[in-house]
Design a protein around this ligand. Structure first.
Ligand code: SF4
Length: 173
């Protein structure tokens, strides 16, 4: 009989609970270099569970982080060609409003985000919808769901990675 302790995989590993996303200061992305911002965040106060995938759910602020992390890893030319399309990134809950950059238009931003969704990987692969409306692009992320506690080695674990081989593990988008 498992103990009554209900563990969360992320908590057991020192990570956050699902959906417990740290409110982050969101300045004007046009005034900051995402590469420097990433470097400054080398020691995050409240890192997201690194194993989070589609069933866990993502927030729009994590989409912003993922975009900036992507740009950090691109070469100068590729970075500039994407960054120039994107203006302000305005996350609110599971909705991200993207203002086109001075040299971008909404349709180009839609195409960029659709390509990232196609390439998959969290959180891009979880994007539910991308629409251009009223001069901006609206990106919607689906809600996560609470994991069902399962017995693992005498303890209750509430994590979509369990049970091993379960449906949660098969959906890594
Ligand atoms: S439920 Fe998701 S976010 Fe939470 S620990 Fe498991 S994989 Fe990570």
């Amino acid at each position: 009989m498992p103990s009554l302790a209900i563990l969360h995989e992320g908590a057991a590993r020192g990570g956050p609970a699902p959906g417990s996303h740290q409110a982050r200061q969101e300045g004007d992305p046009r005034r900051r270099d995402p590469r420097r911002r990433l470097a400054a965040r080398a020691l995050p106060l409240h890192p997201r569970c690194p194993r989070a995938f589609a069933p866990c759910g993502f927030e729009a602020s994590e989409l912003v982080d993922a975009l900036e992390a992507r740009w950090t890893g691109l070469g100068e030319e590729a970075f500039s060609s994407e960054r120039i399309l994107v203006g302000r990134l305005l996350p609110h809950g599971r909705t991200l409003i993207v203002e086109p950059g001075r040299h971008g238009d909404p349709e180009e931003v839609v195409q960029l985000l659709a390509r990232l969704r196609e390439e998959g990987g969290p959180p891009f692969g979880t994007i539910q919808s991308i629409t251009a409306e009223h001069g901006v692009v609206v990106v919607e992320l689906p809600p996560g769901r609470d994991p069902e506690p399962v017995a693992v080695d005498g303890r209750w674990v509430a994590c979509h990675l369990y049970p091993a081989g379960g449906s949660g593990r098969e959906d890594h988008s």
